[in-house]
Design a protein around this ligand. Structure first.
Ligand code: ATP
Ligand code: MG
Length: 479
């Protein structure tokens, strides 16, 4: 096939010229392939990740480039995958040798053999990701597009290079990638491909959770995550990956009383929050904020539908879910858990008469995450009744104002007790004992209840009073 499109402007960066020379010296053909080429043709702002395919030894090419490029990083070699990576200025270059792959049904690990550029393009996921640009000096910038990917870019279509049954069966992660690209680029998945995703959704189970979560996070980072999440749902993938969320689907009616469909509500909340924050983990908190509702749902003939304790249970479920999907079990999970567990607190305050002590407790418990919690709660308002919507927003405005007042007066965020354990021990001439905890707790409670201000003098007075009531005697110098 003789190319008739050239994309010389895509190769302006000086690194491409150096790479071309180095490849010529090694007597290798090499091409830029995949996302970088696609994004260039889509006019998506300059991608910094560049994938290079070499017909031959990709690792050797990477090493040779690093040697020829002052300021390049060390080459990281991934022997098992036959790939190598290096950083240069603000770009990352990934190298792979062109290969043929053959898969067995039960495993994601293909048998790999060296191949031609065409072989390598065949094993790519979508025609728009199989586009390659030549770095050969005689064909500089020639676009090699065996599957008319350029037409599919124009038509905004995701089509597999091979029969979709084969492409998706070989590596079922590609089903997630199809949905991720559809959501990210606002493309349509070709009907044949879509059918085959629906038929093979179960095969996602052979994929390592980390790889699935990578794609899921990219979906969660799009401006309107519900687009990707609802495709996952329709394909049957969401049921397998996040059954806690699909369990929220449906409306039940008993004695004429209905509850809202918490699945579609959740997707709306995720979209709402994504309009106001880019924070991935806050978006996750929105996705999971109601998961405790499915297992706690009850019908009480007097009150109607209830979800008692759903926040607490939801928080626990978050941990299990993160563990199952091999997601980070560090401060990230704690943050999401905390927001889920506290997700109704500002609402309760907003609905009731707003007491100062309730606001103080909210500030104290939410601490540094208070802003995010308020953002989550505001996103949670999905009522279509304009009067209610207005009332809820006004209530939250009141809560925010109260928070500001309490913050200014009491400094409860990152609360440091005005009297610490050492001071208590010194005052009563005692060593470590349960009394210390009791006294500290009394002081904290009095501050949160507004009985004393968050100040040293008042706290010391209460310490003395409480200590004495516990049978302790202050030593003279303490008085
Ligand atoms: P992004 O903008 O997210 O980086 P990308 O297309 O560059 O998009 P990568 O995951 O960086 O995606 O992969 C680079 C290229 O490698 C893809 O364009 C595609 O050609 C190929 N590729 C990646 N993953 C797969 C896969 N699972 N199956 C087939 N080809 C893949
Ligand atoms: Mg990439």
């Amino acid at each position: 096939m003789s190319p008739n499109i050239y994309c010389v402007e895509a190769l302006n960066h000086p690194v491409f010229k150096t790479l071309s020379h180095v490849a010529q010296n090694l007597d290798l053909e090499c091409y830029v392939i995949g996302g970088y080429v696609r994004d260039h043709l889509l006019n998506r702002a300059g991608s910094k990740d560049i994938d290079i395919v070499a017909v031959g030894d990709g690792i050797a090419l990477a090493q040779a480039l690093a040697d020829a490029l002052p300021g390049a990083s060390e080459v990281s070699v991934f022997k098992n995958y036959g790939t190598a990576m290096l950083h240069y200025q603000d770009i990352t270059l990934e190298f792979v040798g062109a290969r043929k792959e053959s898969y067995t049904h039960n495993s994601r690990n293909p048998k790999v053999a060296p191949g031609s550029l065409a072989d390598d393009q065949n094993r790519r996921d979508f025609t728009i990701n199989a586009l390659a640009l030549s770095l050969d000096q005689n064909q500089w910038g020639a676009l090699l597009d065996p599957f008319t990917g350029v037409d599919h870019l124009a038509a905004k279509l995701l089509i597999t290079p091979l029969d979709p049954q084969v492409t998706f069966s070989d590596d079922p992660l590609r089903m997630m990638r199809a949905i991720r690209f559809a959501a990210q680029l606002d493309f349509t998945i070709d009907p044949q491909a879509w059918l085959s995703i629906k038929n093979q959704a179960e095969r996602i189970k052979i994929i390592a959770p980390e790889r699935i979560v990578d794609e899921l996070n990219k979906i969660m980072s799009t401006p309107k995550p519900s687009a990707g999440l609802s495709l996952m749902y329709e394909a049957g993938l969401l049921d397998i990956i996040l059954p806690e969320v699909t369990a929220l689907l449906g409306v039940e009616e008993i004695e004429g009383q209905r509850h809202k469909d918490n699945f579609w509500h959740t997707l709306e909340v995720v979209d709402n929050i994504s309009r106001t924050t880019e924070k991935l983990w806050l978006r996750w908190a929105a996705l999971l904020h109601d998961i405790g509702k499915a297992p706690t749902k009850r019908f009480d003939p007097k009150i109607g539908w209830t979800f008692h304790g759903h926040e607490f249970l939801g928080g626990k479920m978050v941990h299990k879910l993160f563990k199952r999907l091999h997601m980070p079990l560090n401060e990230k999970v704690k943050y999401v858990q905390k927001l889920v567990a506290m997700s109704s607190r500002p609402i309760i305050i907003a609905e009731d008469f707003v007491t100062d002590s309730a606001v103080r407790r909210l500030v104290f418990d939410a601490s540094d995450d208070l802003e995010d919690l308020m953002t989550l709660c505001e996103a949670d308002i999905t009522t279509k009744n304009p009067k209610k919507q207005k009332r809820y927003m006004q209530n939250f405005a009141t809560v925010r104002q109260k928070i500001a007042e309490v913050e200014q007066r009491d400094h409860l965020r990152n609360f440091q007790p005005p009297v610490d354990g050492a001071e208590i021990m010194e005052t009563f001439g005692i060593g470590p004992s349960p009394f210390i905890g009791q006294i500290k707790e009394t002081i904290k409670e009095a501050i949160l209840e507004g009985e004393i201000p968050n100040q040293k003098e008042a706290a010391r007075a209460l310490m003395l009073k409480k200590g004495i009531s516990l049978g302790l005697t202050p030593i003279n110098s303490a008085l």
